[in-house]
Design a protein around this ligand. Structure first.
Ligand code: ADP
Ligand code: MG
Length: 323
């Protein structure tokens, strides 16, 4: 198979943002309440994540990073291998096969931290280190050993923007976690982690956007819709401020977008768009998230039910006094 096809399939590490997404998910899964992500040169030169989660047990570290002891990916020619093995459950191994990775981690029962290095799938050793309970993962020189994939990256600034969006989505879907994001050493934002969506929105999207947002809480029996939407008078020139989440995952979805925008019909100027952070919760069997494991496309079993629930919830929000 062609490298380009693998990239299109999205089943490999595609770009710095896909690395950031996997690292963020792991930190969230580890129960972290504070997560810092730093990107240098769009995350191509370096992505570092620091969390205060559970840490990784020393005996388990190499297993988390090595796919198979016998087969290691060193060249672009081996890419087909990643494809056949799939990506889920092997994020760290996939990342470690195409970058230089350093892990510093400590669990509650460890007396000291453990520092583990792996480069291009080759282990570089393990030594004692120091840090409080939690994990720091540093991913440097992404695709240094796979020039074919390096070629598909955009400019640093664009890759940096994709990384920023990934952190933003994590922060919006987890207001109970404090996220800090640094770009080329400069802090871009910190969310308070107080569990309030509005304060997370304030931190990552700014005061202007957060100011008059209307709370959404409605839907139907099976489809629960919550979040925040802009009042009609604060509509915008683009869709850039629409963020949708389904069962906690950031998604791109035309049905939710159409329902949101339809709810504003008659209240808004032509060619303007509402801003929104909308969370839909529904029974997992009513949504197919595996259309694209590493991507944001999903499919609903009943599109029209989703439309109705979102439409109704947003209409109700717009009908509240002050909108
Ligand atoms: P998956 O998340 O699907 O299990 P990954 O390759 O992303 O696969 O991670 C492998 C394992 O490494 C995780 O299951 C988890 O046990 C451990 N792990 C990864 N990152 C962290 C972290 N930040 N804190 C604690 N454990 C982690
Ligand atoms: Mg994972």
């Amino acid at each position: 198979k062609h490298t380009a096809e693998l990239i299109a399939a999205g089943e490999v590490v595609e770009r710095p943002a896909s690395v950031a997404k996997e690292l963020l998910e792991n930190a969230i899964d580890a129960g972290a309440t504070q997560i810092t992500l730093s990107a240098v040169r769009g995350g191509i030169q370096q992505l570092q994540i620091v969390d205060n989660g559970s840490g990784i047990e020393a005996e388990y570290i190499d297993k988390a990073f090595i796919r198979h002891a016998t087969s290691k990916i060193a060249t672009a020619e081996d890419l087909g291998h990643i494809h056949t093995l799939g990506f889920r459950g092997e994020a760290l191994a996939s990342i470690a096969s195409v970058a230089r990775v350093e892990v510093l981690t400590r669990t509650e029962t460890d007396e000291y931290a453990c520092c583990y290095r792996i480069e291009g799938g080759e282990e570089r050793g393990m030594e004692p280190g120091a840090r409080p309970v939690g994990t720091t993962i540093t991913v440097s020189d992404l695709f240094y050993n796979t020039p074919a994939r390096m070629k598909f990256l955009k400019k640093d600034a664009s890759e940096g923007t994709f990384v920023a969006e990934t952190v933003l989505h994590a922060a919006l879907s987890h207001p109970e976690i404090s996220f800090r994001y640094l770009r080329d050493g400069k802090q871009q934002y910190v969310t308070p982690g107080d569990g309030d969506l509005r304060s997370a929105v304030y931190a990552v999207l700014g005061r202007e956007f957060a100011r008059d947002l209307l709370p959404v809480d409605g839907g139907s029996e099976l489809y629960h819709v919550t979040g925040l939407v802009t009042p009609p008078r604060a509509c915008r020139a683009s869709r850039g401020a629409q963020h949708f989440f389904v069962n906690g995952r950031y998604v791109k979805n035309r049905t939710m977008m159409a329902a949101l925008e339809n709810a504003y019909k008659g209240t808004m100027m032509q060619g303007k768009f509402p801003g929104a952070v909308l969370m839909l919760e529904l029974p997992p069997d009513m949504v197919d998230v595996n259309v694209h494991p590493a991507k944001t496309e999903i499919r609903f079993a009943k599109e029209s039910d989703v439309f109705d629930a979102v439409y109704r919830a947003v209409r109700a929000a717009l009908a509240t006094p002050g909108s």
